[in-house]
Write a protein that binds this ligand. Structure first.
Ligand SMILES: [Zn+2]
Length: 291
């Protein structure tokens, strides 16, 4: 990991090693001296002032976003670890680190191949009301390149914002959607502004299921994985929390787990070689610590 060590007080990189200090939970830590403001400090590698060991925290985050509910993570720790963890802590850790890591991820520039499949799915967050999760995947890399979490049913504004988010990560060769009536206008608003013909670089492919009898299978495989995971969202997750947890599921997909078909991490197929080490959540939190 080649994180630059910066002074905790003045952010200077003009620092030198100056002895070690014992810490209660993280063992002996390297101490540094800042040659500009002359203060000594232990760098924040993402777990500053956490009451729990970083391995425990990242293990909980990893199993939560892999496939376990927060209560199942609690039970898992009860069976396999000496220390207990409450399901509330599990959710707190997940949200805290997803927000940190997301900030860092947003600075990265994935190299996508541009065959994009986009769709929306309902998220069963509370009784008698569904949120909509808009999501698109760059097929060749399996990198999820755009998402939008909305408490509203499908509408023009959200469809347009979703198209903007796809464009932010690069102009695709084509975007395939289903026959939802909002897509054509949203698409041409975002991708079709050019007056000259060659400005229209992206093609909009509509898969009308009732005509082709074929589902948008490519995006559906991604969605079924996500839907599996949000099965227990109802009731437990408030509106402010649900989008963060979904962002965590997307992070898990893009950065933490190898895709079963490509046998590679989507981020690496998209040219993002991150020095995370084997514990990928720990590594990516470290990389995010200085952002
Ligand atoms: Zn300093």
């Amino acid at each position: 990991m080649d994180n630059k060590i910066r002074c905790r007080t003045c952010k200077s990189e003009n620092v030198v090693k100056r002895g070690t200090s014992p810490t209660k939970l993280r063992g002996v830590q390297q101490r540094y001296l800042c040659k500009d403001c002359h203060k000594t400090f232990i760098p924040d590698l993402g777990f500053w002032k956490m009451k729990n060991h970083e391995n425990k925290v990242t293990k909980a985050i990893d199993v939560y976003f892999s496939n376990l509910s927060s209560r199942k993570v609690r039970d898992f720790f009860y069976r396999h670890e000496e220390t207990k963890v409450s399901h509330v802590s599990v959710l707190d850790w997940c949200r805290k680190y997803v927000l940190k890591v997301q900030k860092y991820i947003d600075t990265l520039k994935p190299q996508l191949l541009g065959r994009v499949y986009a769709d929306e799915t309902e998220i069963d967050r509370e009784k008698n009301h569904n949120d909509i999760f808009w999501c698109s995947v760059d097929w060749d890399t399996r990198y999820i390149n755009a998402t939008l979490y909305s408490p509203h049913s499908q509408n023009m504004e959200d469809a347009t914002e979703f198209m903007h988010r796809i464009k932010q990560k690069g102009v695709p060769k084509y975007i395939q959607t289903d026959g939802l009536p909002f897509y054509p206008s949203a698409f041409s608003k975002v991708f079709g502004q050019g007056k000259r013909k060659y400005d229209l670089r992206t093609e909009h492919r509509v898969n009308n299921v009732s005509k082709t009898k074929k589902h948008n299978v490519r995006i559906e495989t991604v969605f079924s994985k996500i839907k599996d995971r949000v099965y227990d969202f109802r009731g437990l997750k408030a509106l402010w929390s649900a989008p963060i947890l979904l962002a965590g599921i997307v992070l898990q997909h893009n950065f933490i787990q190898k895709h079963t078909t490509t046998k590679a991490f989507p981020c690496e197929l998209a040219g993002l070689q991150l020095e995370t080490g084997v514990n990928r959540w720990l590594g990516i939190i470290r990389l995010s610590a200085e952002v």
